[in-house]
Design a protein around this ligand. Structure first.
Ligand code: SF4
Length: 456
């Protein structure tokens, strides 16, 4: 099964192609394996391709994508999900017109839904859960004889995380799952009304952030503004804590919290929880930077850039093959020897999943002459897989598998190792534990995941 972690954009009003294109480039960090744009003028036009947004959609392609409404997608996938057919927006011809869908998240009951659709005669082109959503939407819209009614009925059957950008003929929608697990917000850029995975899109393109899409909300975007349709809100939320800790850009607001502030606060509390005597606090760029700044502020230990990042190499965690990840780290980071040599270093990062990259970084810092290496991590240990859209799937690959903290420290080669506590994480995010998904930290998920098989 493909496991996806993505970014989406919806736009309506004016010629939307440039807004979608530039918006996707702003959230390129959310997926680098494929990208696509679909627009509607008098008919649906779509362009998808592999690689970064500018690889997937050329200037010439963009000129051919003129439309007043449109959606866009950047995608990350793991093994098995890289087929061209899995690139999004996915399209289908249906009763209410041509449909295009872009999805961020993961549907826990997609296999059951797929089987039931197949029993009803539907065929599938991919094994993607996004295709299941698209087929289900077309079936439900036909039976409800209404687009919004069909979307509501579809949402009642989906279990899992989904932020959706949907076009049905000339109508376009932004939809968020009832627990608001994956982010989605709305705003305006000149005369164009937009929804995007991250608020930074509105900042970057000179627009205005309006608000987050509410749990279970269906927003129709038109050239005049936003029309909101609601599923009943039972008050439950389960925002993915990883958005604040790793995935979202530091300059994005997620549920009203600036990501940079959350990370800095975690670092400040971590310094009080797990002090160390050292000469410098050094971030692992870029993911550990805000945490390291916070750690340095509270501890009084000077902050220094001791690892220099090559910005032209892809983000390590986004690489789908383990071998690629390992060779990539050597291209990606270079220790600044004059900062590190003979010094006691506190290395700070946001989280550890497999530990293989961290082990190499600690080794590099030691080979550059560090006297001591103290590791501080801005998130509690990851002990359970994610079934809700993040590629942390195989428990046996986790550095925590069959290791306690001391064994992890030895494996990573650090002098000391400390993780932020769960309280620090939750209090720094500033939402109650009942409003967050903490499944990969606690093994307790906000939706039933019984029967889900961990990928190998
Ligand atoms: S299990 Fe972890 S990564 Fe997955 S949605 Fe929940 S908090 Fe986010």
């Amino acid at each position: 099964m493909p496991r996806e972690y993505c970014g989406i954009i919806v736009a309506a009003g004016g010629c939307v192609n440039a807004v979608i294109y530039n918006g996707l480039r702003t959230i390129q960090h959310r997926g680098q394996e494929s990208a696509g744009i679909a627009v509607f003028s008098d008919r649906l036009a779509v362009k998808r391709g592999s690689g970064l947004v500018h690889d997937a959609v050329s200037a010439e392609d963009l000129a051919g994508l003129a439309g007043n409404v449109g959606i866009g997608h950047v995608r990350y996938s793991t093994l098995g999900g890289q087929a061209k057919e899995c690139q999004q927006p996915m399209t289908v011809r249906a009763k209410f017109g041509d449909m295009a869908l872009a999805h961020n998240g993961e549907i826990v009951n997609s296999q059951e839904l797929r089987e039931s659709l197949m029993a009803g005669g539907w065929g599938f082109v991919t094994d993607s859960d996004s295709e299941v959503i698209l087929r289900l939407l077309s079936v439900k819209m036909a039976s409800a004889r209404d687009v919004v009614g069909g979307i509501s009925q579809t949402m009642k059957e989906l279990v899992g995380s989904y932020s959706l950008a949907l076009m049905v003929g000339p109508r376009t929608f932004a939809i968020r799952d009832p627990l608001a697990i994956r982010p989605l917000c709305i705003g305006r850029i000149d005369g164009t009304y937009c929804a995007a995975s991250e608020s930074v899109v509105f900042d970057t393109l000179g627009g205005e952030f309006e608000r987050d899409v509410r749990p279970g909300e269906i927003i129709e975007l038109t050239e005049k503004g936003f029309v909101s349709h609601h599923l009943p809100d039972d008050g439950k939320r389960a925002h993915c804590m990883f958005e604040w800790i790793y995935f979202a850009r530091p300059d994005s607001y997620v549920e009203g919290r600036l990501v940079y502030d959350v990370r800095r606060k975690v670092g400040m509390r971590l310094a009080a929880e797990a002090p160390a005597e050292a000469d410098f606090v050094v971030p692992i760029p870029d993911s550990g930077r805000a945490h390291a700044i916070g750690y340095s502020e509270t501890s009084g230990i000077p902050y220094a850039e001791g690892l220099i990042k090559n910005r032209y190499v892809q983000r390590t965690f986004i690489m789908p093959h383990q071998a690629d990840r390992e060779s990539n780290i050597r291209l990606k980071l270079n220790p600044l020897k004059p900062v590190i040599e003979g010094k006691r270093i506190i290395l700070v990062d946001d989280s550890i999943v497999r530990g293989t990259t961290m082990r190499q970084i600690v080794g590099m810092v030691r080979r550059s002459g560090a006297k001591e290496v103290h590791l501080r991590i801005g998130c509690p240990p990851i002990v359970s897989p994610c079934f809700l859209g993040i590629d942390i799937k195989n428990r046996e690959e986790f550095v925590t598998h069959n290791r306690d903290i001391e064994a992890i420290r030895r494996f990573l080669g650090a002098d000391t190792l400390a993780y932020a506590s769960l309280d620090t994480l939750v209090e720094s995010i500033g939402r109650g534990p009942g409003e967050l998904c903490l499944g990969c930290l606690t093994g307790k998920y906000p939706v039933p995941v019984a029967g889900k098989v961990e990928s190998r």
